[in-house]
Design a protein around this ligand. Sequence first.
Ligand code: NDP
Length: 285
Amino acid sequence: MPAQVISGKILSKEMREKMANEVLEYQSKGYRLPHLVVILVGDNPASKSYVSGKEKACMEIGIKSTIIRLEESTTEEEVLALVNKINLDDDIDGLLVQLPLPKHISEDKVINTISIDKDVDGFHPLNVAKLHLGEECLKPCTPKGIITMLKSANIEISGKEAVVVGRSNIVGKPVAQLLLDNNATVTICHSRTKDLKEVCRRADILVAAIGKPRFITSDMIKEGAVVIDVGVNRLENGKLCGDVCYDDMLDIASYITPVPGGVGPMTITTLLENTLEIYKAKVIK
Ligand code: NDP
């Protein structure tokens, strides 16, 4: 049987419709709108496009979004002062600072300054620590979105062999933790992993977060594996492709996520979900 496609686009649409209704309901009860602030420093084209995608998604479901666009030359002190000001503003629920920041601004310092209660990206070290301790926290959007996708397709995670290729702080490590929390047996691979192919072939669930176009080939997965492709790579012809040889997997995998239209839209949907989560905890009585 050909692999079933887990469409992040379709799932996102369903989730966003539900969230839009929820926001309408709160509004009708007299509550203020949920409010997300995004700080964008400089004019990195990819960052600009990500930020406008987030702005559009907020608009779609009725979350108020404020995009603060700052010049490339903005100093670290100015960014930190702005973050501190937003932290104190009770009418703002979520804050994210679009990465990467210009070289003269320390990303660590900026992320450390965001209030952990407004940290919609779940990047603050205290949220990271809580995630790894299994405590209630704001979870990073891409990994959380991946778990939502697996669950939406009724894929059993418990007891399964999960292999994550990639060990970044924003995808690889947290998705491994979330899979572990769901009782998978997890292996994390990286550029120094020996016999990557053999390790990947053990996977019931394979998550590819590498950043190399079509790196995972069909001989690296076992029959019936669930393949989650996080990679977003721009080809020379301008098209996007994932880290997985999608077409070749279709006859082998049981489930697969496409690129585009897979994990990407779910990342933004989870950002909306996190913003609503903060808002509800704070505003809804
Ligand atoms: P990073 O560059 O931070 O991490 C890549 C990881 O891949 C590293 O751990 C690296 O290993 C590993 N790796 C690189 N080469 C190999 C190899 N030959 N064999 C095994 N492992 C290898 O990337 P990110 O985690 O930030 O992103 C990964 C991909 O996901 C990118 O394409 C990115 O654009 C995409 N992405 C998509 C998102 C979405 O919403 N769809 C969100 C975030 C990212 P090592 O640590 O040893 O260097």
